[in-house]
Write a protein that binds this ligand. Structure first.
Ligand code: FE2
Length: 425
């Protein structure tokens, strides 16, 4: 007797023909055609796509859902967002941070996103957000894997207290070492911060994920430094560079040197297309730079490229519903990744590539993996990106976590009533 069978499932990244997936005690225990078994719950996926959960590799849980507090970002710019965040921070308390985080996690679950890496601002002597979000990590553990990054938003050296606060945040149990080298006072300070933070991670056996060169400056060189320090300290595969938007503006010759260094370091790359297409290039008139890192070229070089939502309804971004397929769609468009293999790669950027970046174990759709499964109302990955469809069923460890009805419209055209599902052509 199984706990769950999903029949007629077309697994992402694999099956031509639908299969039946059987789950027991939180794991996938069998994948076969015409599975002869009984289960407490049986769902017929009718040939729709079944994927392992979406993964958001870059988020800011402490700021999310603060839209309108104490006012909205009228200009929509990065600079007004930073000013607004400094107005929001004194208004925060632990209960409020936790309430918003729980609400965002419910939104994520409804969209089938069951792993989130969130940066948490440690530049606050009380470490209020750190403590609140560490509690949230435990509270949401049955439903969502939430991983925290100690993020010195005001600069590891630029804020005189950040170094001590970051160490305290790690001592409290924050999982990943963050940084923001392009925001330090000088290129040299930025470089020193990369070295110090990578050494801290190496000493403690932690992963690194830095906001790195989130600027339009073609001469910024912190990605190079991150790659160098990763290789020097033997941290290959453990380090992620987030944003890397300066790479968009860099000279092509220099990039031809940089990408092999990133490959040597086995860096994970995290692009945040929704946010960087809106925040970067603001000093440009025309042509206006797109401000997303070179996703296509980095993926072609063999680097693991994941995507993050970064923001939902916060000082920097008034929009979003935490839908990782919206992120993949934006990344695909901005990066002109309309080739068939490229569109598949963008689906992976919000699923398996994110899981690799976060170091999730038991992730996937094979026998032995966690029974964390999302049934989408779409027949394949490209259709999923095109439609951003209903998440018909979201299972966590084989138990139903979220559901939604199939979506269809009816068009009354003359004498005819025609159902429209945007799939039949
Ligand atoms: Fe960010």
């Amino acid at each position: 007797m199984l706990d769950l069978i999903i029949r007629n499932a077309r697994r992402a990244g694999g099956d031509e023909e639908p299969v039946d997936m059987g789950c027991r005690e939180g794991r996938i225990v069998t994948v076969e055609k015409n599975l002869e078994a009984e289960a407490a719950e049986v769902f017929d996926a009718k040939g729709y796509l079944v994927t392992a959960p979406f993964v958001d590799s870059h988020f800011h849980m402490d700021a999310t859902l603060t839209y309108g507090r104490p006012r909205v970002n009228q200009s929509g710019t990065l600079l007004e967002g930073i000013a607004l965040w400094s107005e929001v921070k004194p208004l925060l308390d632990a209960a409020d941070i936790k309430k918003r985080a729980h609400q965002l996690c419910r939104w994520a679950a409804a969209k089938g996103t069951l792993a989130i890496r969130s940066h948490v601002d440690i530049c606050d002597p009380s470490l209020l957000a750190v403590e609140a979000l560490l509690e949230v990590v435990e509270e949401v553990k049955p439903y969502i894997d939430l991983q925290l990054v100690a993020f010195p938003q005001d600069g590891f050296y630029r804020d005189p207290n950040a170094e001590e606060l970051l160490v305290r945040a790690l001592d409290k149990g924050v999982h990943v070492v963050g940084g923001i080298p392009h925001f330090e006072r000088s290129m040299e300070d930025g470089s020193r911060s990369v070295t110090a933070l990578c050494e801290l991670a190496a000493e403690r056996g932690l992963m690194v994920d830095m906001h790195c060169d989130e600027s339009d400056d073609p001469l910024s060189r912190h990605v190079e430094m991150l790659a160098r320090e990763t290789t020097r300290l033997g941290l290959q595969g453990q380090v992620a560079g987030s944003h890397l938007t300066s790479m968009h503006s860099m000279d092509n010759y220099y990039v031809s040197k940089l990408i092999p260094l990133m490959v040597e370091a086995d860096l994970n790359v995290i692009a945040n297309p929704l946010i960087n297409i809106t925040l970067q290039g603001r000093h440009d008139t025309y042509p206006k730079r797109r401000g997303m890192t070179r996703v296509k070229e980095l993926a072609e070089a063999g680097l693991n490229v994941a995507c993050g939502h970064d923001c939902v309804m916060d000082p920097w971004y008034s929009l979003g519903s935490h839908d990782m397929l919206e992120v993949a769609s934006m990344g695909l468009h901005v990066g002109q990744m309309t080739g068939q293999a490229e569109m598949q790669e963008m689906f992976r950027s919000v699923t398996v590539n994110g899981a690799k970046t976060l170091g999730l174990d038991g992730y996937g759709l094979d026998v032995g993996c966690h029974a964390d499964l999302v049934v989408l109302q779409a027949r394949n990955e490209i259709e999923a990106i095109r439609l951003r469809p209903a998440r018909l069923k979201v299972y966590r460890r084989g138990r139903l976590l979220a559901s939604a009805p199939e979506q269809s419209s009816t068009v009354y055209w003359g004498e005819e009533e025609t159902p429209v599902d945007f799939m039949e052509i």
